[in-house]
Write a protein that binds this ligand. Sequence first.
Ligand code: SAM
Ligand code: SF4
Length: 327
Amino acid sequence: MSEALRDQFGRQIEYLRISVTDKCNFRCVYCMPLEGLPWLPKHEVLSYEEIAEVVRQLAPLGLRRLRVTGGEPTIRPHLERLISMLRDVPGIEDIALSTNGVRLPEMAVSLRSAGLDRVNMSADSLRKDRIEAIARRRLDFDPVASAAAAQAAELGPIKINMVVMRGINDDEIEDFARLTVAHPWHVRFIELMPVGGMRDLTWDHVVPSREVLDRVAQLGALAPDEGPARGNGPASYYRLSGALGTVGVITPMTHSYCASCNRVRLTADGRLRTCLYGDHEVNLRDALRAGHPLEPLFVRALAEKPKEHRLLQLHVGGLRALSQVGG
Ligand code: SAM
Ligand code: SF4
């Protein structure tokens, strides 16, 4: 494998998260202010051709896995077109999508046909009134039906991400864990992070993953598990005895997983970010539009990839929302 995508700490970068839009059809309380954000003007957003070109230039350097995200990627028109362009890039082994899931029933089959491998879906509640209160949108959305649609379209292993918030949805931890008994789904409980746009949430809303696991263990014997075969992100997995799926925890607030970080991010406006939480970004778009090769910029970005983020020392606010940086 090429050394070009190895950073100064020896981490081989093989995973790129691609934000295709900064916009969203939800306004999740932990992610986006109700009034929205200062959206990027259209001409600043990379075209599908430009995104595919970035991937084409990174693939020979060792890039293997892609995740298409946002904002909400399914609201960008003709997303299938981008997926099939990415599928055609030699060397790319895995293409995943992160979505709030609301459009999966109508889009899952066409996304699969275009070459998408799998889906991560966000779901913070299974109750209609609460889904609407957290997303701050009137919605006809059943997360279980959306996950089932993705599974029927063979977009597995299906991962369902729940951001746990004390006093808001933490009483549904057990209901989410029970989903994994009957379905081959992987429910991951995410610790709430203090990023931008979280005006009504404080550190008191953070539920440590240790507490989540203790509560899941009340449902039955819980053993460590390797988790879903594909992907090697920051989650640790467990399985309830006899369950078809697993539960996982993602612990940005109580643990640092930076030492094994193998990912970089491409923002919707064509900046390569080497750490979700820092301000390290390199503008690829101008070089791309000027027809210059991107490799020197990749190398520079990786040289600047920080050893670890400083999230554990930060307080609420101050950082950009995950929707803006391709969370
Ligand atoms: N719109 C898609 C979705 O919701 O899955 C993709 C983009 S969203 C920014 C990616 C992930 O970031 C989601 O799983 C969401 O729950 C998570 N996220 C956003 N803000 C967060 C926060 N403050 N703390 C923890 N997770 C957060
Ligand atoms: Fe939109 Fe995803 Fe952010 Fe919710 S978490 S507001 S669905 S980008």
